[in-house]
Design a binder for this molecule. Structure first.
Ligand code: PLP
Length: 361
């Protein structure tokens, strides 16, 4: 028997399942499985990528100062308290690596994002799943789930794949009630889709036990470049910078992200399109007998009568060139998560679900 063995917990990690992108034998496919921006990246980000090409023999800068300054300018946050990562996934990983290890517990909600569990296990810590209430984060359940071993509590607000969110007062109550050794991580991957929501920035200004993560992969349309960031109390950001690799973001990614966040007209346009077609799609599906909770993000969690119906609808949508996401792995076997596409995509989804329902009714 080999004595070469990985650290405990590593082999408990189930590989992350990304959203599918192809259906064999079907043309004109629309991918609505990964909550990407249906309108694509800002043209200014694309130009920044092109302009970066001639300089890629140079190492990128290590402190990300220009991007952090741009984020600071656009959000009003202090750039010193920002850390950039290869997607917010990397920030989640830094947090687990720095704050949780063997014997420690990492809380996440019942239908929470898969990377919390994966990163906790990779750090040797124990992920603990806490129930939600009707697909909404339950602060009382999270507080009850804490022990003296709890080191991190991950809450996505809005949550993926439910699309629901809880209010600032509830988040504050959670932060206030946590045991002293526990850090609350507010995952704001979809924060930009919510009007007037700061992702938890005001809370962070008042407390030393809250961090937030953000991403360029969703509203900003840069999922393929891998850029995310975290914001928190200075001492915590200083810790995370010690586990961060010095060249974790490429020059190309840094320049594209800076261009994307500065292109406020384009960002506004994308946000408005999302609100409009999200409402349209939710209503169209509801009228077909497929309800969803009011979504605060760029996807809808469509609920079906049973797992069998959800899977049959998914299979039918695939034949129509529409790829959505099954979420049985998120304890939601009766549901499908559908990214809000552009007008054409939303109309195609509604027509296909109508045809499916017509065929099975
Ligand atoms: C998409 C997503 C992320 C991560 O995205 P990155 O591409 O790694 O920035 C993080 N959290 C949630 C809840 C997400 O849905």
């Amino acid at each position: 028997m080999s004595l070469i063995a990985p650290q405990p917990g590593i082999m408990d990690i189930a590989l992350y399942q990304g959203g599918a992108a192809h259906v064999d034998g079907v043309a004109n496919v629309i991918k609505l499985s990964s909550n990407e921006n249906p309108l694509g990246p800002s043209p200014k980000a694309v130009e920044a990528v092109r302009n970066s090409a001639a300089g890629i023999h140079r190492y990128p800068n290590t402190d990300h100062a220009p991007l952090r300054a741009a984020i600071g300018e656009m959000t009003g946050l202090n750039p010193e308290q920002i850390i950039c990562g290869a997607g917010s996934d990397e920030i989640i990983s830094f947090l687990c690596q720095a704050y949780a290890g063997p014997g420690d517990e990492v809380l996440h909600t019942e239908h929470g994002f898969a990377m919390y569990r994966i990163s906790a296990l990779a750090a040797g810590a124990t992920p603990v799943e806490v129930r939600e209430r009707d697909r909404i984060t339950d602060v009382d359940a999270l507080l009850a789930g804490c022990t003296e071993r709890t080191k991190l509590v991950f809450v996505a607000n809005p949550n993926n794949p439910t699309g629901t969110m809880i209010c600032a007062a509830e988040i504050a109550r959670l932060a206030d009630g946590l045991p002293q050794q526990a850090l609350l991580v507010l995952d704001g991957a979809y924060a930009e889709f919510v009007d007037g929501y700061d992702g938890g920035a005001a809370l962070i200004a008042e407390r030393d036990n809250v961090v937030m993560t953000r991403t360029f992969s969703k509203l900003y349309g840069l999922g393929g470049l891998r850029v995310g960031w975290g914001y928190g109390p200075q001492p915590i950001i200083d810790v995370l910078n010690r586990v961060r690799g010095p060249f974790n973001l490429s020059t190309t990614a840094l320049l594209a992200a800076e261009a994307a966040i500065r292109d406020t007209d384009y960002v506004e346009h994308c946000r408005a399109q999302n609100s409009r077609w999200r409402a349209w799609l939710a209503k169209a599906l509801a009228e077909l007998g497929v309800p969803s909770d009011t979504s605060c993000a760029n996807f809808i969690l469509a609920r079906f009568a049973s797992q069998t119906e959800a899977e049959a609808c998914d299979a039918y949508l695939q034949t129509q060139g529409l790829i959505v996401r099954r979420v049985a792995g998120y304890n939601l076997p009766n549901a499908l998560r559908i990214t809000v596409g552009d007008e054409i995509a939303c109309r195609r989804v509604a027509a296909a679900v109508a045809a499916f329902k017509g065929g099975t009714a």
